[in-house]
Design a binder for this molecule. Structure first.
Ligand code: CA
Ligand code: CA
Length: 164
């Protein structure tokens, strides 16, 4: 009798082992769920900081451009004849353009970021209300909007106003 009792204490019962296995299983499952959630949050953070970087490249590129073309002024909205990415010299040259892969401030393609695109809209806005769009060149205020699209989905956008 005493011998049996001692024998039982020397190890774990099947029930104890099952409960322990069950608890470890729950702990592992919880860790996996947490890890998955953190990975998703982290990925979203990286996407957003990349989007900020790509917005900033366009913002800085446009900062060096004239508001209207230095030669033709307000005659043409959009790129003037013969202009290409390398010779764009005013804001509306960029209207309606999507850069995919995106470009940097020096107009070079950023092929490492090819899942992202920069979608640019340039429009004139009302002198009295900057939220109201007016016809091309009908006001001195120009609003540049850049959307950052990743795999067909816009993940960030930014607008700013320039005036001539
Ligand atoms: Ca131009
Ligand atoms: Ca132009």
């Amino acid at each position: 009798m005493r011998k049996n009792a001692r024998k039982n204490r020397s190890g774990f019962t099947l029930l104890e082992v099952l409960i322990a296995t069950f608890l470890v299983g729950i702990a592992v499952a919880a860790l996996l769920v947490t890890n998955g959630a953190l990975t998703r949050v982290n990925a979203a953070g990286i996407e957003l900081s990349t989007a900020e970087f790509l917005l900033e490249e366009i913002r800085e590129l446009t900062a060096s451009l004239a508001v209207v073309d230095p030669e033709t002024g307000t005659d043409i909205f959009g790129a003037e004849s013969g202009e290409t990415l390398g010779s764009y010299d005013d804001l509306d040259d960029l209207d309606g353009i999507t850069f995919s892969p995106p470009i940097d401030i020096n107009r070079s393609q950023l092929s490492d970021f090819s899942v992202f695109s920069q979608v640019i809209t340039v429009e004139n806005v009302s002198t009295s209300d900057l939220t109201v769009t007016v016809g091309d060149h009908l006001s001195p205020f120009v609003k540049v909007t850049v959307g950052i699209v990743m795999n067909g989905r816009e993940i960030s956008s930014s607008s700013w106003i320039r005036t001539r």
